[in-house]
Design a protein around this ligand. Structure first.
Ligand SMILES: [Zn+2]
Length: 521
């Protein structure tokens, strides 16, 4: 008996070894056209991924409210926001019961997140698997890992922190990083151009930039160290700090040395610079060049530590961005607006109060970034007011607002042809059935939602400017090439899952991007 058993064991094909480290890089507000605009000047990590990776040129966050929280929720879940339940920043990871550790700021946790993520699938196959997720933003760190209580850290007022959802105290390596007080040492540091002036075609002196203040290079950080530690988030420096922190964690946790681990990094300097200076600025150009150099440095250290054959990397973004409406008007003559419907919605609420009877004062309807919520359907019906007729009247008023392109009844969206109508498709991918959204408002190209009169470049529309994002795989098991077929961020998790030999634990929306995978997969 012994001999045949041994032979059988010898004959069994070895289980395919998984990569030891999956590195997931989400760049906050990265538009893929930046790669084409500054192609000859990229020499670092972006160049490496673009030239050696599987590049999906037609990649999308294919949902409607293209904000940070919904975008990050799709990256490793394989799910649209309609299924992760994360449909807007303002109802994202905020959680007053999950206080921060060692820092002062709003508590945060993934309690609103529904579904599972690649990490859960991996952990089910390999209980020793671990995840480290880091970002400048709580939502950027939390959502890629879903509900798993792993090592999840974000930046708050000069320190990296986590919340009580994850731990009762900060581990020694995080305390040691914070004790170096690197962000506070940025006082008086200047952000100057990386390359000679002549390398930048963009005009540096544009009136819509940065609220009209400090529009010219070099930009100097405040002399006060506490103010500098906050202001550093608006410069490329915070990306380098986030990557440095991620490398410290990689080392301290010895990720990628045993089974398979996940390192998720979300980088938000591109978002801060993009909001303040816009996608056509000299500042965003320099930010992307610096991001490229930082990523080159980071990837080299990861590969040196874990081994090139043991690493797979994916790079994507949570959304793109639309230029300043002021710039669009000045440069093209096109109509472009900052749109607010707050006054309109308030007026409707007061009219509904009068219909409901004397003394009533309620918020019957509320509005947030394109979505009109019906607050309490039961109470609404009890007033005897016909919901349909009210919504028709509100929709008509919304359609008359300058900058509004269309208003859809949510109940009508399933009737749309989702192949020829990307706006309807993106809303369908976005809205959780129980979210209470009754009308959705989409703006004209170039128009943006006004956010508290802030003079910033914005995203949040179901437009290609805001939804088109890079999707690039690199490393072990990846087939190099540029692929023209459409890809979505919900395809990232199932594709990595196939590469790791793990299967989703729940139904997902994405599909495996087989073009990206070498034949052995
Ligand atoms: Zn974002």
């Amino acid at each position: 008996m012994i001999l045949p058993l041994c032979l059988a064991l010898l004959a069994a094909p070895p289980a395919p070894a998984r990569p030891k480290l999956v590195v997931v890089i989400t760049v906050d507000q990265l538009r893929p056209d930046y790669f084409d605009r500054w192609k000859g000047q990229l020499t670092g990590g972006l160049f490496q991924l673009l030239s050696e990776g599987a590049v999906f040129a037609d990649g999308y966050q294919d949902h409607a409210v293209t904000e940070t929280a919904p975008g990050h929720s799709t990256v490793l879940s394989g799910l649209w926001p309609a299924h992760t339940g994360i449909i807007r920043n303002s109802q994202g990871v905020q959680d007053s019961t999950a206080a921060l550790l060692g820092a002062t700021g709003p508590g945060a946790s993934p309690r609103r997140f529904r579904g599972t993520t690649l990490f859960d699938w991996l952990k089910a196959a390999d209980p020793t698997a671990r995840a480290l997720s880091v970002s400048r933003k709580d939502r950027g760190a939390i959502l890629p890992i879903g509900r798993a209580r792993e090592q999840v850290y974000w930046y708050q007022s000069g320190l990296f922190t986590t919340s009580r959802y994850y731990a009762d105290s900060l581990p020694r390596w995080v305390q040691a990083f914070n004790a170096r007080r690197l962000p506070f040492k940025a006082a008086n540091v200047t952000w100057a151009l990386l390359l000679p002036d002549s390398a930048y075609k963009e005009d540096d002196n544009e009136p819509w930039e940065n609220g009209g203040r400090d529009v010219l290079f070099p930009h100097r950080l405040p002399a006060d160290s506490v103010r500098a530690a906050s202001a550093v988030a608006g410069t490329p420096i915070l990306d380098s700090l986030t990557l440095l922190f991620a490398l410290d964690g990689l080392e301290a946790l010895r990720l990628g040395r045993r089974g398979t681990d996940i390192l998720a990094v979300s980088l938000s300097s591109t978002d801060a610079v993009g909001h303040a200076f816009g996608p056509d600025s000299r500042e965003i150009h320099d930010q992307v060049l610096r991001l490229d150099r930082y990523l080159g440095w980071f990837l080299k250290r990861v590969v040196d530590r874990v081994g090139r054959d043991n690493v797979v990397v994916v790079l994507t973004a949570d959304h793109g961005v639309t230029s300043f409406p002021e710039r669009t008007r000045a440069k093209t003559g096109a109509q472009a607006f900052r749109v607010s419907v707050d006054t309109l919605v308030t007026a409707v609420n007061r009219e509904l109060d009068r219909l409901a009877g004397a003394g009533t004062s309620r918020e019957w309807l509320s509005f947030d970034i394109g979505m009109l919520f019906l607050q309490d359907n039961g109470r609404f019906a009890a007033t005897g007011v016909k919901t349909d007729s009210i919504l028709d009247a509100v929709a008509a008023r919304l359609r008359a607002v300058p900058g509004v392109r269309r208003v859809d009844r949510v109940a009508d969206l399933p009737l749309a042809d989702t192949a020829s109508d990307p706006v309807a498709r993106r809303w369908l991918h976005h809205l959780a059935p129980d979210a209470g959204v009754v009308l959705v408002v989409t703006l004209q190209p170039g128009s943006v939602w006004d956010i508290e009169n802030l003079p910033i470049a914005m995203h949040g529309q179901p437009s290609d400017d805001d939804a088109h994002v890079p999707i690039i795989f690199w490393g072990r098991g990846v087939k190099r090439g540029t692929y023209r077929g459409r890809a979505n961020t919900v395809d990232i998790a199932p594709t990595l899952g196939r590469l790791l030999g793990v299967t989703p634990l729940s139904l997902i929306d994405g599909r495996v991007l087989t073009d990206a995978l070498a034949p052995r997969n």
